[in-house]
Design a protein around this ligand. Structure first.
Ligand SMILES: [Zn+2]
Length: 55
């Protein structure tokens, strides 16, 4: 069931999507991270997750 409530989506995006994914090793890092906690790479990207996409 897709999430359609915009208010709920905003809450989830604030809480769940505040993470960085390392481009090098794929480790999940906290939002305030400047570099990867696993490989010390600074090549991080914000985690993208589509709510109410497929499924
Ligand atoms: Zn890494």
């Amino acid at each position: 069931m897709p999430v359609t409530d915009p208010e709920l989506i905003a809450i989830v995006q604030k809480r769940v999507l505040k993470k960085y994914v390392c481009r090098r090793c794929g480790a999940l890092n906290p939002w305030g991270a400047k570099k990867c906690r696993r490989c010390k790479s600074t090549n991080l990207r914000p985690k993208h997750y589509e709510i109410g996409g497929k499924r």
